[in-house]
Design a protein. Structure first.
Length: 497
């Protein structure tokens, strides 16, 4: 089948989708953080250097960088492989020229090669439809040609335009998988809040507004359209479960379950066994606001509450004061997130060896040599860098062993705030960005990483010695979405500083 061309019909489709785009409420903070990272002066300078050499707008370069390499300047723009050698994944063997310095490739020379390889240095239609087409062509037209009922998450992820369906690897499509990546057009919509980007695309930057756009109802598992209340009740802030929950919240819950065809009987305000069974029935029939199946546990957390009442009912207001990256005064938590984010894209060399220049620096910070597991060493190293920048003490235990570090953390009496697994289950809002999570796995093994965000009980994390699937002893530093505050392997969380 011939590749689609950007004709008037396709351009009109892109324009209409972009005009209707609304960032999902539960993803707004995450998208905003990505946009702010793009706009950092040092990062923008790199993107503008590439624009000068290719004529690709700097913000488009940044969008591709986030999609392909999670904005790591240690990785190829082609596909996120390390700059220390030519690419291994598709497209493999690039750049064809050797590095100019004779060592590793510079990020700019790799990025310039990647854009030229895809012909973007010859593309001139840098309008909203032209950018959408260029991004879709860069990623491939597999969704459009093979699964046209799915709008490509590469473009529309984290917005109302995309719900579910994803290629989980080359050539293998899952209709139930949900992308955990911010789409390129979604990020562009956030960047258009800056006057310069908006004006380059022929738009006027929107005025500041606290108004929340009404979300598009999501599609439940049975294919029907669910209309949410215009003024839904807010999630009460504590999980509702059998024999636990305030009367008013439980009454609202029971009435809504009846409206949804899962009635527990007359509203009583008491979370009894029939209410638990009614919730389990609803959970079995429904999906959350990201289109993922709900956990069938009979407990009403923010995901189940949101599925019942809509995105506006859980718009993260129940999460206790979150750390704002816009604060004039940097904290250890914000500083460590910056340090950790800059390491995303680090990979073991050779793969699966627990070796490599950066990995060995992480291990060395706790006195360990090459070849050792390094997730806890990565955490310690990140905090050491951040604490050194701020001139404060690093209170993370200097240990490369997760369970030892957790035990020492719990024993400390000052400068550390510990949230146990039980406390987090009762009140997940206690877990805030910049904290360290500790997992207890089989035997004496464990895993640890840094919490980047808590989106109503779902964690965004930055982890070392892992992979996209979240295994321990994986091969690099990744930003992950998928862990839950209430995961049964959680030992607890700790805020240092």
């Amino acid at each position: 089948m011939a590749k689609p061309i950007l004709d008037d019909q396709l351009a009109a489709e892109y324009a209409a989708l972009f005009a209707s785009l609304v960032i999902r409420p539960e993803r707004r903070d995450e998208v905003q953080r990505v946009a702010e990272r793009v706009l950092r002066p040092a990062n923008r300078k790199q993107y503008e250097t590439v624009e000068a050499q290719t004529s690709v707008p700097w913000f488009v370069v940044a969008i591709i960088h986030n999609l392909e390499a999670d904005m790591a300047f240690s990785a190829h723009l082609h596909n996120g492989d390390p700059l220390t050698a030519r690419t291994v994944q598709v497209p493999a063997g690039l750049p064809k020229k050797p590095p100019a310095s004779g060592g590793a490739y510079s990020w700019v020379e790799s990025a310039t090669d990647a854009l030229a390889h895809d012909g973007l240095d010859r593309w001139t239609k840098w309008t909203v439809p032209g950018i959408a087409y260029a991004l879709e062509r860069y990623n491939g037209f597999g969704y459009r040609t093979r699964f046209p009922f799915v709008k490509s998450p590469y473009l529309w992820g984290f917005s109302n335009v995309y719900t579910r369906g994803k290629f989980i690897r080359d050539g293998l499509f899952s209709p139930d998988a949900v992308s955990q990546q911010c789409g390129g057009m979604t990020l562009l919509s956030a960047l258009m809040d800056t006057a310069e980007v908006a004006e380059r695309l022929g738009f006027q930057a929107p005025p500041d507004s606290d108004e929340v756009a009404k979300p598009t109802p999501f599609l439940p598992a049975d294919g029907s359209v669910l209309e949410f209340p215009d003024n839904p009740p807010r999630f009460p802030g504590k999980y509702l479960m059998e024999n636990a929950g305030d009367k008013a919240s439980v009454s609202r819950l029971q009435k809504r379950l009846a409206e949804m065809g899962a009635s527990p009987g007359a509203p009583t305000g008491v979370f009894d066994t029939p209410t638990k069974y009614a919730i389990q029935l609803f959970q079995a029939r429904s999906v959350d606001l990201d289109g993922a199946p709900l956990e069938i546990d009979g407990i009403v957390g923010p995901m189940t509450w949101g599925a019942l009442f809509g995105p506006l009912s859980i718009e993260s207001e129940w999460v206790k004061p979150r750390i704002s990256i816009k604060k004039a005064e940097r904290t250890l938590a914000t500083a460590v997130l910056d340090v950790a984010a800059d390491q995303i894209g680090v990979r073991e060399i050779p793969p699966n060896s627990n070796c490599g220049r950066e990995v060995e620096a992480f291990l060395g910070s706790v006195g360990l040599g090459r070849g050792n597991p390094w997730c806890m060493s990565f955490v310690y190293w990140c905090f050491a860098q951040a604490a050194g920048d701020l001139g404060v003490a690093n209170r993370v235990p200097r240990s490369g062993h997760v369970r030892t570090a957790w035990k020492e953390t719990c024993a400390r009496t000052s400068g550390v705030r510990v949230v146990t697994a039980r406390e987090a289950q009762v009140d997940p809002s206690l877990v805030t960005p910049g904290m360290v999570f500790f997992l207890g796995l089989s035997g004496s093994t464990g895993h640890a990483g840094i919490v980047a965000d808590n989106i109503n009980g779902k964690l965004v994390t930055i982890e070392g010695n892992t992979n996209q699937d979240g295994v321990r002893d994986g091969g690099g530093v990744f930003r992950r979405v998928g862990r839950k505050v209430t995961d049964p392997v959680v030992l607890g969380f700790a805020a240092f500083g």
